[in-house]
Write a protein that binds this ligand. Structure first.
Ligand code: PLP
Length: 493
């Protein structure tokens, strides 16, 4: 019978679907996923839409009455989901692309359907075990001792925040007065955002100018620490980057570890992108330094080919994460949580990070490692390194291209430089930007720009395992053709 608002009461089953409808929609969704993965090379690496047109297409009143699920899946996969950068396209060389993979996509579906929560042991013992195993696999891949631990989080930004929260609590004991955190200006902006969220004002984050190789300069850092200590300030942590986002530079980790030891500081390594390099034979030399860090970030949704959101924070002493995040530290009424207290060997992962209810992000990595094996992952990372070397060779050999920074963890920067009289610096910067825009507009490749030593350069990140050396050559040819066309247009203006 309708209530006073005229609404009929809920009938059990209204929020469920008949078995046949679930199967049909599920089969259709899987077909669409397979088709999307299969067709990647034959689609454009970037698609966008005018905001007003997209609003007109997709904005609608709250749907009071339901519709057929398969129809709705068709609508969203045609009208919304394909719009954006296709990170898995072999000629999408922008930002730090990921490819995702089919087992990982299924993992998200399974984790959602099973409502898997690696939070408290009582709530999700199986999911917790999967996450702990995936964490230990990550440690093994990177050569970290099994005593390390950590947590899967949404991505590098939250992983940095989580690690630095533990660093703050361990070193500053609740008093932020005059505290100082150090990084280079090349550190990812999420470090500054983390500092802000942790209650540090801008003056408490010291971002030092890098050396000529875009690395945190140990001598500068040392001098600054001594000076700050003498001024009564309280340094507590240093952020080193393993693979800066702009140029792929690796901060001198061993020297920074020595400095942190001497000054008793927390060493945090942001390896969101570059830490995967340590999984390969070529990156093995980094392992001793990684073991000396207090915390390390790696984003499997970057160079371990996972879909979003798969970030990870690893710490040498997991008890320090627990010290910061365990529910009972925070003194509100946790009575209702008593039944879920960990007993004996049980582990409640929600005591190790800021989330209580957590999705089973680890299942993506777990399922894809089980399906493909770690060797395939190492080879795929190596492939990205080879492609960057190939691109650098091609750029160096070309009269109209200049390598600005050499390959670092699969990232390189370069410039299109036309023959003939040199345009002025501002015109040259504009030209790089125009080349990038025109390459993207061609629908053949995505190449974006960055700033290196104050100049605009083109930038490539070559870590997609589906990219071939032919894709790199085609893209560089396109850059040159586009550069010539842009130059002619500029001259005739
Ligand atoms: C070095 C580094 N740290 C942190 C991040 C932030 O990662 P996320 O976008 O997953 O939050 C990035 C992203 O590109 C990065 O390159």
């Amino acid at each position: 019978m309708p209530d006073e608002t005229g609404q009929a009461p809920y009938r059990p089953g209204e929020l469920a679907l008949p078995t046949a409808d679930m199967r049909n929609a599920g089969h259709r969704a899987i077909d669409l996923v397979v088709e999307r993965l299969r067709s990647v090379r034959h689609t454009a690496p970037h698609a966008t839409a005018d905001p007003a047109a997209l609003k007109a297409l997709l904005d609608e009143p709250l749907p009071e009455d339901g519709r057929d699920l398969t129809e709705v899946i068709e609508q969203v996969t045609q009208q919304a989901l394909p719009l954006g950068i296709r990170f898995d396209h072999p000629r999408c060389l922008a930002f730090i692309p990921t490819t995702g993979n089919f087992p990982a996509a299924l993992a998200d579906l399974l984790a959602a359907a099973y409502l898997s929560v690696p939070g408290a042991w009582l709530v999700g013992s199986g999911p917790t075990r999967i996450e702990l195993t995936a964490l230990s696999w990550l440690c093994e891949l990177l050569g970290l001792p099994e005593t390390w631990g950590g947590l899967f989080v949404s991505g590098g930004s939250v992983a940095n925040l989580t690690a630095l929260a533990a660093a703050r609590d361990h070193h500053l004991a609740g008093d932020l007065t005059d505290a100082r955190l150090y990084c280079s200006t090349q550190a990812h902006p999420s470090i500054a955002r983390a500092a802000h969220l942790l209650g540090l004002d801008r003056s408490q984050l010291t971002s030092l100018p890098p050396d000529t190789g875009h690395r945190l300069d140990p001598r500068l850092l040392s001098a600054r620490l001594t000076q700050d200590r003498a001024a009564g300030l309280r340094p507590f942590a240093v952020v080193a980057t393993l693979g800066t986002t702009s140029t792929g530079a690796i901060d001198p980790l061993t020297e920074l570890a020595d400095i942190c030891r001497d000054h008793r500081l927390w060493l945090h390594i942001d390896g969101a992108h570059g830490a995967a390099y340590a999984a390969t034979a070529r990156g093995h030399h980094l392992r001793p330094a990684l073991r000396r860090a207090d915390s390390l970030v790696i984003d499997p949704h970057k160079w371990l080919f996972q879909p979003y959101e798969t970030g990870c924070v690893l710490v040498r002493d997991p008890a320090l994460l627990k010290n910061t995040f365990r529910m009972e530290r925070h003194h509100l009424d946790t009575g209702y949580l008593r039944p879920s207290r960990a007993r004996g060997d049980e582990i409640n992962l929600d005591d190790y990070g800021p989330q209580q209810s957590r999705g089973l992000r680890a299942l993506k990595l777990w399922l894809s490692l089980k399906t493909f094996g770690a060797t395939a992952f190492r080879r795929a990372i190596d492939h990205g390194l080879d492609l960057a070397e190939h691109a650098a060779d091609r750029i160096t050999a070309h009269r109209e291209l200049r390598l600005v920074t050499p390959p670092g963890v699969g990232i390189l920067t370069f410039a299109y430089e036309p023959p003939g009289p040199e345009p002025d610096l501002a015109a040259m910067d504009r030209l790089q930007y125009e080349v990038s825009e025109a390459v993207c507009a061609s629908g053949q490749a995505v190449i974006l720009t960055t700033r290196v030593h104050g100049r605009t350069t083109l930038r490539m990140c070559t870590i997609n395992p589906a990219t071939t050396s032919v894709d790199i050559d085609t893209t560089l040819d396109l850059v040159v053709q586009t550069g010539r066309a842009c130059r002619i247009r500029t001259r005739s203006r």
